[in-house]
Design a protein. Structure first.
Lengths: 246, 246
């Protein structure tokens, strides 16, 4: 399929089943966190899923190469970003499987059926929007800071979309762990599984991945920590495995 | 000072300023967790502190060799255990500094001034008391299971005893992290600092140590993880350092 590239855009090969994605060099590009989260999402065959704040569409696109879900909706508030994600979906011929919705995630439950989805995924903005130096129309800022949606918006929306025992997967900063856990419980998403990501052995964690189950019973399990770099400064085998390059 | 030892009792050297402690071989003996927690308690000079569920008295006794607090109260519900802890206090000539109270921690705020203490410490029972096979009069069971006090009892009592910005220090199981964080916030103890303890690199965490500040502002910092054993199966330098044996 011929897909037109705009200024500053390039096509990146995802090294997974021939999947490709369009990125805009001037905007926020997907990072390792999206790849790690995608790999963490143990969604079942035929699942219906939603990705809140899909950005480039990386999560539903990459996940289509790893899991056999039936339908994914990627919610993205920024019109140009959503339009680019749509072209990436077409580029991979995934129009049947992935639909990009250019809507505010706070409106998602008006467009998507509540209490219906098997999994909701989110790699949301990590940073609080309480800094005065943010330009609120800047795509990078919107992707990184809680300008258009707060952590609570993400969790509330996920809770509404999920069916009973459906899973919510999120990657976030460890500094927000207390907020995350309290908000999850407030919205009846029980934290069930957590994985800490460290740059290297001995370092404090950089990121956390968490799975919560709607109306699940309290029982939090820890995964083994994930170290990104080994003593030699190279990626660890665990990272190579996640990137499918072992 | 001559201290009478009872059947099954022995005196252990704490390898810190000549401090010693009496243990009963048939009861729950203090473990590494108490030593790690004591080391984690960064209490200021002249602090007034309370240890909830003090057991052998290990935390206030060992802490007296590490920090210059002015007064510690050790709360212990089990009469024989509290009596043994009192003898350990005398053995170290610490009667001026440490007072063991043989009371239910749920009654602690009737005996100790609320909103007064700089730090409250607890190495509480870790296990839920929902197992039918527990003998509820067994000292080991009472020390290990939430028979006489729940996690919520410990946190509620700590919150009442602490003054504004006073610190609560606790060691517990990672599986209870969601409960711990939600209960802390419920009682206005803001989680500020957390350290994960792993048997060795790559293992999931075995224990967590957490510091919460009464009415503190939300900002959770992670410490570097603590690994107990190195690749060689020996204690790590970090552990030797905590034990004062480097």
């Amino acid at each position: 399929m011929n897909i037109e590239l705009k200024e500053n855009e390039k096509i990146e090969d995802l090294q997974c089943n021939g999947l490709k994605i369009i990125q805009n060099k001037k905007w926020f590009c997907f990072g390792m966190d999206a790849v790690l989260l995608t790999n963490y999402c143990n969604v079942k065959n035929n699942s219906k899923i939603v990705d809140l704040g899909t950005g480039t569409g990386i999560i539903p696109i990459l996940l289509s190469g790893k899991r056999n879900y039936s339908k994914a909706y990627g919610v993205e508030i920024q019109t140009e970003v959503a339009e680019m994600a749509k072209r990436s979906v077409e580029l991979n011929n995934l129009q049947e499987k992935i639909e990009i919705l250019n809507i505010d995630l706070n409106e998602a439950t008006n467009h998507l059926e509540p209490h219906y989805f098997d999994a909701v995924i989110s790699n949301p903005p990590y940073k609080l929007s309480n800094s005065g130096i943010i330009n609120p129309t800047d795509q990078k800022a919107i992707s990184r800071h809680e300008i258009k949606c707060s952590l609570e918006d993400v969790i509330r929306t996920a809770a509404t979309l999920l069916k009973q025992y459906g899973n919510f997967y999120m990657i976030h900063r460890p500094e927000r762990l207390a907020d995350i856990i309290c908000l999850l419980r407030q919205y009846k998403l029980e934290p069930k599984q957590i994985r800490f990501i460290h740059s290297k052995v001995g370092d404090k964690p950089k990121m956390i991945m968490i799975r919560a189950s709607k109306h699940g019973k309290p029982e939090l399990k820890f995964d083994n920590p994930l170290y990104i770099y080994g003593d030699d400064g190279k990626y660890t085998d665990d990272v190579y495995k996640i990137y499918g390059m072992e």
